[in-house]
Design a protein. Structure first.
Length: 358
């Protein structure tokens, strides 16, 4: 049925559709729906406390026996840099005054936590079939513990060199994330994001560079993208933005609204929300402070000073100060339940493949 079964066999899936773990909008509800439909549901843990991750996994394991993916960021937590953080706060001060917020009040710290021994305990406890990482891999001792559970390990590569690096360190498959992708770049060997290739250029070069199977990600939102990924040599796709249109996605109202009208040229890469480049729909803070700013503190610290601005403006219906993550193909999104979307992507891709085979 599928031109390449490597990921299906490796991960025990029926359909070569991986729902991208998306920190914020995705919780157990989406994961269960996608995995039950035969794809791979992915639970993002980057914004969760260990207690929350445990609770979500408890629900998932009760409601589906199908394979699941648990996803973690593995950045190095940066040293505090009070001077840089003060300069960043000063840059944002005019917005604080405009919204009537006292800029001298202490800002919260960003909640994005890297994979650590405590999260590794959770992997050992729940034994997900797949564990995926963003921003490289954790250190060897932690990675060995993950692999000892029997989990297949995936991580994102934004270049062929990153793919080779990941394969050499034991990744079972590579997610080739092209520039079109929504959310954070998985980039980790350099921080020069200007050079990130697009999905069409990246996928075949990653396929040529590694022996493990490749999962294409970035700008894939309908069957045409799925089939193109297979033609380029991928064995599956990982789809993020298209799943933001599902009722299971917990997307803030202002974010949902701009997604509905997003066009191909509405997004840009920005570091103003977290300190690391990520793709989102251009809004006021990106326009006026970025989209890339040298002042933004290291990931994830930039987010702290923005949090009070979001907290004040979002309840008023404003998306001016919040990240509106989206890939370049949001326009192709369809509002339908996640299980239906998963099956529709697969069924429509099959029809297209059959047409090409004739
Ligand atoms: C809202 C949003 C949040 C994301 N959060 C994560 C995350 O927590 N972990 C991760 O590995 N990738 C994350 N990504 C990136 C996706 O894994 C994937 O690379 C991307 O969505 C693919 O491009 P597409 O959005 O065009 O489908 C996120 C993407 C979006 C849109």
């Amino acid at each position: 049925m599928w031109p390449d079964r490597r990921i299906l066999d490796l991960l025990g899936l029926e359909l070569p559709i991986l729902q991208a773990p998306m920190a914020g909008p995705v919780d157990s509800e989406m994961v269960i729906a996608v995995s039950e439909a035969g794809g791979l549901g992915g639970l993002p843990c980057a914004l969760m406390t260990p207690e929350k991750a445990r609770a979500e996994l408890g629900i998932i394991r009760q409601r589906t026996a199908r394979p699941i993916n648990i996803n973690f960021f593995c950045h190095k937590q940066p040293e505090d840099d009070p001077a840089r953080e003060a300069a960043w706060k000063r840059r944002l001060e005019p917005f604080y005054f405009e919204l009537g917020i006292d800029p001298s009040a202490p800002a919260p710290r960003s909640a994005r936590a890297p994979f650590d021994a405590e999260f590794c305990d959770i992997v050992e406890e729940f034994r997900p079939e797949v564990v995926s990482f963003h921003f490289g891999l954790p250190d060897a001792a932690l990675l060995d513990r993950v692999k000892a559970t029997g989990a297949k390990v995936l991580s994102s590569a934004t270049t062929a060199d990153e793919a080779v690096w990941l394969e050499e360190r034991g990744c079972d498959a590579i997610i080739a994330q092209g520039a079109e992708a929504g959310g954070h770049r998985g980039i980790f060997l350099t921080d020069d994001v200007a050079n990130q290739p697009g999905t069409f250029a990246l996928v075949p070069q990653v396929v040529d560079a590694v022996k493990v199977p490749v999962i294409a990600a970035g700008g894939i939102a309908d069957a045409r993208g799925v089939v193109a990924a297979f033609v380029l040599g991928a064995s599956a796709v990982q789809i993020g933005t298209a799943y933001l249109f599902c009722p299971e996605a917990k997307v803030a109202a202002p974010h949902k609204e701009v997604l509905r009208t997003a066009k191909d040229d509405h997004t840009a890469l920005t570091n103003v929300f977290t300190g690391r480049p990520a793709r989102g729909i251009v809004n006021r803070i990106m326009r006026e402070v970025g989209p890339m700013s040298d002042l933004a503190p290291a990931f994830p610290l930039a987010g702290g000073a923005l949090a009070p601005l979001r907290a004040k403006s979002e309840p008023l219906g404003s998306g001016d100060f919040m990240s509106l993550w989206s890939g370049q193909a949001a326009r192709l999104g369809r509002e339908m339940p996640a299980a239906e979307l998963t099956r529709a992507l697969a069924d429509e891709a099959q029809l297209l493949l059959a047409r090409f085979a004739r």
